[in-house]
Design a protein around this ligand. Structure first.
Ligand code: NAD
Ligand code: 2HG
Length: 385
């Protein structure tokens, strides 16, 4: 039996994905955390915890180094809510361009007056512009950015994208009419719209600040549905003469109460469909990791999936240093354990080894020996019989 502890509202479809081998929030020795945006940066992890699955994209709420040091695999569910974010961004592009919020406000305030004639005079205040033919700059062309870019092409926009770390998978998804840039500044000066879709990390905090805003065109509309802090809100408020509207999912005191700033309460991924997708993917990720040791979509381990055709599997999370496989297989050989299949891969400073065995001897001693190698973070034995 495995124990799962959930944080945040996790869609029922996801919880129902777990088989009867899993209990949810019933006991207190969790093997897995299933989370959304809960801030775990200062959390103490129980020693039983082996995996954290984030239903969604951003993992800036998880202390990746601490998790790795404690032998905990961390996963997200790439793309599960990308369509939801895309639809919100496109709708905000249209809503701001057509002055929908001010027009709604006008109509709402005058709801009891007989304004049927007055509107024909007043409506000039709400003249808008169209997206067709305008320039859009998309910063970050991953799961969300690529969808936004493609949809904007469909709407007749001239789309440019900036993503120096673009993966081959993402590149395949992008419409060939999206012009790829090698410098962020190349497109800032003539973009009518700038939208940010990068992860929050030490390199992207303040990615859009005073210098970048000063390089933008007057009247630009800026969107941040990625994370608070990637756009410097202080720089935004100081430049609202230049910025026509700033739309963001991440409000704070600095940008509060400004009619040119339109905030939403982190609802980019808040659709029924996206919440179901993310929760189902996260639940499957947890089960595949705990039962098979699969690490596809891990953010702190190399992505690995090995057919499991033996009675026993060792999974070892360890530092990416020489002679790890040598030491581990020496212990297995000394215990007369026959290796059926194995794989090893690394991601940054961390590596992961999967060893399938035909037989098992001296179980406790073997696990203790491997775990005692100083660079080993966690060894697990999965009994598949
Ligand atoms: N508002 C919401 O509810 C919501 C929902 C989903 C995602 N998000 C946020 O949006 C971010 C992006 O989501 P995604 O699913 O597209 O992630 P993703 O990992 O698929 O794509 C991120 C892209 O950003 C690129 N990138 C990284 N650093 C960059 C930089 N300095 N400059 C330009 N590009 C850079 C990467 O190469 C990658 O292609 C997430 O990390 C998350 O924080 C927010
Ligand atoms: O869980 C959520 O609603 C937010 C999701 C979003 O910010 C993400 O990073 O995927």
């Amino acid at each position: 039996m495995y124990q799962v502890k959930t944080f945040n509202a996790i869609a029922n479809k996801g919880l129902k994905t777990f088989t009867t081998d899993y209990t949810i929030n019933q006991e207190d020795a969790p093997d897995a955390y299933l989370i959304r945006s809960v801030n775990l940066l200062k959390a103490q992890f129980p020693t039983t915890l082996k995996v954290i699955a984030r239903a969604g994209a951003g993992v800036n709420n998880i202390p990746l180094k601490e998790a790795t040091d404690n032998g905990i695999a961390v996963f997200n569910t790439p793309g599960s809510n990308a369509n939801a974010v895309k639809e919100l961004v496109i709708s905000m592009m249209i809503a701001t361009s057509r002055k929908v919020f001010a027009a709604y406000d006008y109509s709402h305030k005058n709801i009891h007056a007989d304004i049927s004639k007055q509107v024909e005079y007043d409506k000039a205040k709400f003249n808008g512009t169209e997206l067709f033919g305008k320039n859009l700059l998309v910063v970050g062309l991953g799961n969300v950015g690529s969808l936004v870019a493609n949809e904007a092409v469909n709407l007749g926009m001239n789309v440019r994208g900036y993503d120096p770390f673009l993966s081959a998978d993402s590149a395949w998804k992008i419409n060939n009419r999206v012009q790829r840039l090698t410098s962020l500044y190349q497109a800032l000066k003539d973009a009518d719209y700038v939208t940010i879709h990068v992860p929050k990390n030490k390199d992207t905090i303040g990615l859009i600040s005073t210098k970048e805003i000063q390089a933008m065109k007057k009247g630009v509309i800026l969107f941040n549905y990625a994370r608070g802090g990637i756009v410097d809100n202080q720089a935004v408020v100081e430049n609202l003469g230049k910025i026509q509207f700033y739309c963001t999912d991440f409000g704070d005191d600095i940008i509060a109460d400004n009619e040119k700033v339109i905030t939403t309460p982190h609802i980019g991924g808040s659709t029924l469909e996206a919440e179901d997708n993310g929760a189902i993917k996260a639940a499957n990720t947890i089960m595949n990791f705990l039962e098979n040791g699969d690490t596809v979509n891990s953010v702190n381990l190399p992505g690995m999936k090995l057919p499991f055709n033996a009675p026993y599997r060792f999974t070892i999370m360890h530092k990416n240093v020489p002679n790890m496989v040598g030491q581990i297989t020496t212990f297995l050989a000394q215990a007369h354990v026959n290796i059926n299949n194995m794989a090893n891969a690394a991601k940054g400073e961390t590596a992961y080894t999967i060893i399938d065995a035909d037989n098992l001897n001296y179980k406790e001693q073997l696990i203790n020996q491997i775990q005692a190698i100083p660079e080993v973070r966690r060894v697990r034995l999965i009994d598949h019989r």
